[in-house]
Design a protein around this ligand. Structure first.
Ligand code: CTP
Ligand code: CA
Length: 221
């Protein structure tokens, strides 16, 4: 055996992670998206891989990460289809994706044209399914982790998500704060679990958040 300084891998689990913002088509060339970079989910995936886990990453962001199975999707509907297939045989689900809450009700077959006589355009949206809530409702032994992106009343809103989404843990972040949440390399997390006091973690890199999360998980099992 080759001697090294790394910790012995010890996360012998099947992990499913979603990352990035969904893209909901308006017409053949346009979509509704959001500012999610996928970085939080990618960090979770890489740290889990380094700890010895079998990781599948369902993501809207084109990427190739050694040692991780990548499934690329665009829309919430595609993400949900993949998750429903893979969730039954997974040990842990981490729902880090920023799923669009709404999508265009109708997708135009052709590129939408502007005209000289209309100064506004109305696109009617319809609700996407809540993927986490739907998938986690079928859980048996899976450990389910959701995120909560909030700009106000963080604890109250995140607590509601913990209960309504059948999650074991919610990682809440104030996305209005500098350095936390969308499209940055750092995050500031409050971890919520049922019947336990919330744990507030300091601002740190997303890789450090991922390390801290997997340490927390390994302590629990
Ligand atoms: N989520 C999901 N499907 C959706 C919306 C959200 O699976 N249609 C997941 C996210 O991936 C995240 C968690 O639910 O893990 C919370 O997402 P968030 O946007 O914070 O909460 P919502 O339930 O969508 O409520 P709101 O945006 O109104 O605060
Ligand atoms: Ca939302």
């Amino acid at each position: 055996a080759i001697e090294n300084n790394f910790t012995t891998p010890k996360l012998h689990k099947k992990i499913l992670i979603t990352a990035g913002g969904t893209k909901e088509a308006i017409d053949p060339v346009r979509y509704i998206g959001n500012r999610s970079s996928g970085k939080m989910g990618f960090a979770m995936a890489k740290v889990a891989r380094d700890l010895g886990a079998e990781v599948t990453l369902i993501t809207t962001v084109a990427t190739d990460i050694p040692g991780i199975k990548i499934i690329q999707v665009q829309t919430a509907a595609e993400m949900m289809t993949q998750l429903q297939q893979l969730f039954p045989t997974t040990d842990v689900l981490i729902m880090a994706a920023a799923v669009a809450d709404f999508k265009p009700l109708n997708v135009a077959d052709q590129k939408i044209k502007k005209t000289d006589d209309e100064d506004t355009l109305t696109i009617k949206l319809t609700k996407n399914p809540d993927i986490l809530k739907t998938v986690a409702a079928t859980k048996t032994t899976q450990f389910v982790v959701g995120f909560a992106a909030e700009t106000q009343n963080l604890l109250m809103n995140a607590e509601k998500k913990l209960n309504s989404k059948h999650a074991d843990v919610i990682l809440a972040n104030n996305v209005a704060e500098a350095g936390a949440g969308f499209n940055v390399d750092t995050n500031q997390i409050t971890l919520l679990q049922k019947n336990q006091q919330p744990e507030t973690w300091p601002l740190m890199s997303k890789t450090e958040v991922a390390k801290k999360f997997w340490e927390f998980y390994l302590d629990k099992i």
